[in-house]
Structure formats: C-alpha cells, structure tokens
Design a protein around this ligand. Structure first.
Ligand code: 4AD
Ligand code: MG
Length: 481
C-alpha cells in the first residue's frame, strides 16, 4: 500500500478501506487521538486508536515530535474540526522523540526561541505555512517570467567587480589570512589569490543581467545576494534572494508596468494556491493585533491587504512631488521625524517612506526620478528640470508595513554620459570594460529592477521580521546552521 499525504487524505470525499500515512505527531490526546502532520498542509489528520488493541509500551512512544507510520480506514469523522479521520489498524513508531527535551512543545513559543531552533521550527503551524508560501511564491516568480517570454539567467555569485556600489561586500579569498602574500608597499597581493584578483560575493546580478538583456532581450535572475552592511533591522539580511528582470528596449514606464504586473501576478497566485496557509496566518495576525492598542491596529486583514494590492493601481509619484508632500506633512512641521526634510535633494529615510505609503497614500507607491547624486552611477540621466536640478530615471516601490520592496531604473545607454558619470565617481573604466562595450556595440534603451524576495514573503505572510521568512537567516554575528 503506498502512503498518501495528509493533504491528499483530507481532500478525499469518500471513505477508504485501507490508507497509509507517515508524519510527525503533533499531539496525542487521551491515549486515543493522534494529531498527525506531514508538512503537506497546515491541517493535521486525526488518527483514532483504540488503546485496547495496542501494546501500552508502543503507545507510550507516540509522543509529540515522533515520526510514525499509520495504516487504517479513512472514515467520516465523528467529532468536529475535521471531515475525515483514520481509524488506526497498524501503528509503527519510525523515530522516537524524547518528550522531555523536544523543543517544540504543543504550546505557543516566541519567535526568538523558534529562531534558535530554526531546524525544527517548520514543525509549527506558523513556520510551515510561511515556508510553503515562500516555496509557492518562488514557483510563481518563475511561472510569471516563463509565461512572459523571459529567459532565466544564472548570474555569477562570485564577482570580480565591486563597482555597483549597492552595499558593502564579503571578500572571497583562499589566501592564508594570517600570512597573506604582500606587495612591496605592504598591501595584500591579490595576484596570488585564487582568481588572481580581488573577488567578492555579489550584491546584485544586474550588471551581468544587462549584458544578456542586450542579446536575449528579456532576462531575469533569481538568486542569492550578499551585503555585509551592519544593519540589524527587521528588514535586512546579509544573505537574501533577489529577483532581477532586465529588458531591452524598455523605458522606465515599461519598467513600472512590469514590476506592478509581476507583483500582482505572484500575489494572486498564492491567494489562490495557498488559501489555507493564508487563512491560518491571517488568524495568527488577528490574535497578535488584539494585544495592540486600538489606534495601532491594522484596518485590513492579511488577505484583504494582499487583495488590495492585487486589485488597485500603485500610486506613481515623482521624488519632487514626494518632497513637497513630506515638507508640508504634520510630522515634518512638528519635528516628529528624526530627519527633518528641508530641501529638495534629501535622501529619503524609511520613516519618510512609511509616512508616504502608510499615512498619506495608503497604498503601494512607485517613487521615480530621484536626484542623480543619491542614486547609482548606471541610472539614466534626465534633462535638468526647470530649476536646473539633475535627476535620474530611478524608481523605488514602497509597500505598507515593509518600506522599500523594489529598486530599479532605466539604465544609462549613452556611452559618453556613462563615462562622464563614472569619472566623476572615480569608478575605473578598466574594471567595467565589458559593461561599457554594451554601450559601444548596439546600445539601446533598457531597464530593470531588483525585488528583495524576503520582503515580498514578509508582505504575503504578514510576518514582521525578515529572519522569520528565510530558512536560515544570515545577520551580523549570526550564521548558525
Ligand atoms: O535597491 P537595491 O540595492 O537595488 C539593486 O541592487 C539593483 N541592482 C537592482 C536592479 O536594478 N536590478 O536592492 C533591490 C532590493 C531592495 O529594494 C530590497 O527589497 C532588497 O533588494 N534588499 C534587501 N533585502 C534584504 N536584506 C537586505 N540587506 C537588502 N538590501 C536590499
Ligand atoms: Mg534600493
């Protein structure tokens, strides 16, 4: 008899004589009811044992966390809470679990505690739901791009260029740290290192993706990226996954349309496919909300928030308009912001971004045309505005509760303008010779963006800490597991 998953059994609408299922015991109640879960669904299947038919010593081993194999008859459930249950005929303990030391007791655990036990936390409802959603969202990402004519490109993890300037980098080296080969001036001689030059873990696949966009047309990457910033926030990881599409002959408006359409598509996918997990997470959030003062409670439930994003247009606002809104805002006038917005040109802090999306617009916002000097070198320069101010064709997409979800731009395709910009920023042309080649041979308008996958998972699950939406978070002072 082949085993079925709990999800398969629970979706049966007829009784079955002989079923077989394997999973981990969540609880064993009254020496009679086993709640069994195998990760295929948020729901447990109830397995009913008649203790008179089983050895007492065997039943003692049916403890929370034990792996068991059950066979029996699938019948309509007598009790409430489930439609079907298994009347157990045979029961085998595949792996014992010591109830004294098993960390995941059938009670509420703090997320901090579960982070320390991240190898077992997916045995809880919350984390199994989050990780099934994460998996589903990843699939939706590939599905979307595949259906829209994109080629999936694997950009390198180890990179020889550090010119993007997206963040601090992790060095990759196999030199002896205690005794590295030195140049005459005492600096480390990287010519003797593995790659014959300094190398790092990538902060973004964008520059390489641009090369493929300029031949394959539409490409995307979806892979791990690394940033050695010492930012211990609920929204930063040192290792995170980024989705980066890059498209030839597409301008910034097309880029905004793509990003918006893409996000709506992947969120609709999980609304449909992960209904039960979302309902569970929504319930969890409602409980959490009840502990907050009325004024801080969210007006919308998790599913309502996701539907709202799917059904409504993102608000598109230029940086210049945003600065006007912020300058005239209450928290700015009353000096409630930590950074008071005084002039055009100020870099926006997350408090400002949150004000715009959560208080002012109350929806996702695409901010575009940022001042040139607060954005990356590769972004396309606009004509100076009527006051002579320089902006670039950049866009950031800000989400309620999350802040920056996407950063992207139309790329500078004009060789002379790009070279000038690099010179001003002291970026070595020799290091990016291949990037400049794209502007020499058949250059064209092109655009793309990067979406932090974990931030999307945070939004879709309602989890408040980015450490809780990736299996094994890498953060300053922490690389356990
Ligand atoms: O805005 P960023 O730095 O943009 C880039 O790296 C561009 N090269 C992308 C492109 O145009 N192809 O990063 C993109 C997104 C951010 O909006 C944010 O969602 C996420 O990546 N992100 C992080 N997520 C988690 N932890 C961090 N430390 C992150 N840094 C950025
Ligand atoms: Mg950014």
């Amino acid at each position: 008899m082949t085993s079925k998953t709990v999800a398969q059994l629970l979706s049966q609408d007829e009784t079955l004589q002989d079923v077989s299922v394997k999973g981990w015991v969540r609880t064993f109640r009254a020496n009679r009811f086993i709640a069994l879960n195998d990760g295929s669904t948020i729901n447990n299947i109830q397995c009913v044992v008649d203790f008179e038919n089983f050895d007492e010593a065997l039943l003692k081993r049916v403890t929370t966390g034990a792996a068991i194999h059950v066979t029996g008859e699938l019948v309509e459930s007598q009790g409430k809470g489930q439609s079907v249950e298994i009347v157990v005929k045979t029961l085998e303990v595949l792996g014992d679990s010591d109830p004294e030391t098993y960390p995941i007791q059938p009670k509420k655990h703090s997320f901090e505690f579960l982070r320390e036990n991240a190898h077992l936390r997916t045995r809880t409802n919350t984390f199994s739901a989050v990780m099934r959603l994460r998996s589903s969202l990843s699939f939706a990402v590939h599905k979307y791009f595949n259906e829209n004519g994109f080629n999936y490109m694997h950009t390198p993890i180890i990179t020889g260029s550090d010119a993007e300037g997206a963040g601090e980098m992790f060095k990759v080296s196999n030199l002896d740290a205690k005794n590295p080969p030195l140049n005459e001036d005492g600096s480390v001689n990287y010519k003797e290192d593995f790659f014959g030059k300094e190398t790092n873990l990538t902060v973004s696949g964008q520059l390489e993706a641009e090369t493929y966009a300029m031949s394959l047309g539409k490409v995307y990457t979806f892979g791990p990226t690394f940033r050695a910033e010492n930012s211990n926030t609920t929204r930063h990881l040192a290792e995170f996954w980024m989705i980066e599409p890059e498209v030839a002959f597409m301008d910034l408006d097309g880029n905004m349309d793509l990003a918006e359409n893409f996000m709506k598509s992947v969120l609709s996918y999980v609304l449909e496919k992960n209904k039960e997990d979302l309902e569970f997470l929504e319930g969890r959030l409602l409980q959490e909300e009840k502990t907050k003062p009325q004024a801080e409670r969210s007006a919308m439930s998790l599913i309502e928030k996701i539907k709202f994003v799917v059904d409504n247009n993102f608000k598109r606002v230029s940086y210049t308009e945003a600065i006007d809104i912020l300058r005239n805002s209450k928290p700015n006038k009353k000096k409630k912001f930590n950074y008071i917005i005084e002039e055009w040109g100020a870099d926006l802090q997350s408090e400002h971004e949150r004000f715009l999306v959560e208080k002012h617009f109350k929806c996702p916002v695409i901010l575009f045309d940022y001042p040139a000097n607060i954005k990356a070198f590769y972004m396309r320069l606009n004509e100076p505005d009527h006051e002579g101010r320089e902006t670039v064709r950049a866009m950031d997409i800000l989400f309620p509760g999350i802040g920056e979800m996407v950063g992207g731009s139309q790329r500078e395709e004009r060789l002379d303008v790009l070279k000038e910009k690099m010179k001003a920023l002291d970026i070595d042309e020799k290091e990016l010779w291949w990037y400049l080649d794209l502007r020499k041979y058949g250059t064209a308008v092109h655009s793309g963006f990067g979406l932090g996958f974990e931030r999307l998972v945070m939004f879709a699950t309602g989890m408040g800490n980015i450490r809780d939406v990736i299996p094994y978070p890498r953060t300053p002072q922490n690389a356990e597991f």
